[in-house]
Design a protein around this ligand. Structure first.
Ligand code: COA
Length: 330
């Protein structure tokens, strides 16, 4: 048995400049700013006008490398969580590898929607814990605007574009780092949140375009009901497994899908809102990017300190959900 623990040793993020406000959306669909803010907590989101998901990941990873003072050729592995890959294949991890010049790295994509980052973080930390790899980049990035129907008010108001990334390395202090993770999937959720076109089930055709199968579909009410329970349950479970109570938690880092889901999770954990990272108002739901985007913004604002207890929690399409307990290492 080895006792290597993986730790997050640098964070970075990127959001495109273009802002799409609720008032802008009022001009596209039958909606209003007040409805969106009260039902979701979102005021605006960012839109990537030119370029692909990998183009947001590049500056996010470059921020990570700069933070840590290392170069891209020191990276061993790139794990890229996204549901909006640049294309089906090659993997966006490979596209990114070439763009940043990580010429010694191998990599792959993870498709777990809004839980993509916690899934990827769990896999990445285990690659470090085996002793096989010393520098693993974990990216969560999505260009949701590429798969949104801006005539569908049920979905287009919810999502935005963004990228976040972290570096995982063997922890120099075994008590710090990624301490625990608990992940779930439930394929019955596939009926409520999906994009059905383009794959082997419905290869692209004039018909799939006409039927709008290349856009996200969500039955919001059904997803809401399970998300609110799933995210709170797994957050409570990870506390119990580690003999923690809400009082021990310094930061809850929740997936940002809906402020009401975030509030319910914080309440179940007995957490004051001041201990919850929330930026949904500025960015909406950036899918795999929400959690690393929060981590990077809060760390760069000087609010995340060595030794603090962080609970990362998510719920998304699949269904997929999970939580990660991190004791901050730097
Ligand atoms: N603007 C104005 N009205 C809207 C609207 C919009 N953008 N979207 C829906 N409405 C209307 C509906 O048509 C409905 O009208 P009706 O009562 O006349 O039928 C009413 O508002 C309520 O709609 P409903 O879908 O029940 O709202 P909701 O309270 O469930 O909120 C979501 C909708 C999408 C915000 C919410 O269900 C949600 O956040 N779901 C989960 C998202 C999530 O966690 N996803 C997982 C990760 S991706």
């Amino acid at each position: 048995m080895n006792n290597i623990r993986a730790a997050i040793t640098a964070v970075g993020h990127y959001v495109p400049e273009k802002v799409l406000t609720n008032h802008d959306l009022e001009k596209l669909v039958e909606t209003n700013d007040e409805w969106i803010r009260t039902r979701t907590g979102i005021s605006e989101r960012r839109i990537m006008e030119n370029g692909a998901t990998s183009d947001m990941a590049v500056p996010a990873v470059q921020m990570v490398l700069k933070n840590r003072g290392i170069t891209a050729d020191e990276i061993d592995v790139i794990i890229f969580a996204t549901v909006t890959p640049d294309m089906f294949f090659p993997a966006t991890a490979c596209v990114l590898q070439e763009k940043i010049g990580a010429n010694k790295a191998w990599g792959f994509d993870i498709s777990a929607a809004c839980s993509g980052f916690v899934y990827a973080l769990s896999v990445g930390s285990q690659l470090v814990e085996t002793g096989a790899y010393k520098k693993v980049i974990v990216v969560g990035a999505d260009k949701m605007s590429a798969i949104l129907d801006y005539t569908d008010r049920n979905t287009c108001i919810l999502f935005g574009d963004g990228a976040g990334a972290v570096l995982l390395e063997p922890s120099s202090d075994e008590s710090l780092g990624v301490i625990d993770h608990k992940l779930y999937s439930d394929g019955t959720g596939g009926d409520f949140l999906y994009m059905k076109g383009g794959g082997s089930l419905n290869p692209p055709s004039h018909q799939t375009v006409e039927d709008k199968l290349h856009y996200i579909y969500q039955d919001g009410k059904s997803v809401f009901k399970v998300a609110v329970v799933g995210m709170a349950d797994v957050s409570e479970e990870i506390l119990k497994r580690n003999n923690l109570t809400g009082a021990d938690v310094d930061w809850l880092v929740p997936h940002q899908a809906n402020l009401r889901i975030i509030d319910a999770t914080a309440n179940r954990m007995g957490l004051d809102k001041s201990k919850v990272m929330i930026n949904i108002s500025k960015y909406g739901n950036t899918t795999a990017a929400t959690i690393p985007l929060c981590l990077s913004e809060w760390w760069h604002a000087g609010k995340v300190k060595k030794g603090q207890n962080l609970i990362l929690a998510s719920f998304g399409a699949g269904y997929t959900w999970g939580a990660v307990y991190v004791k901050w290492a730097y």
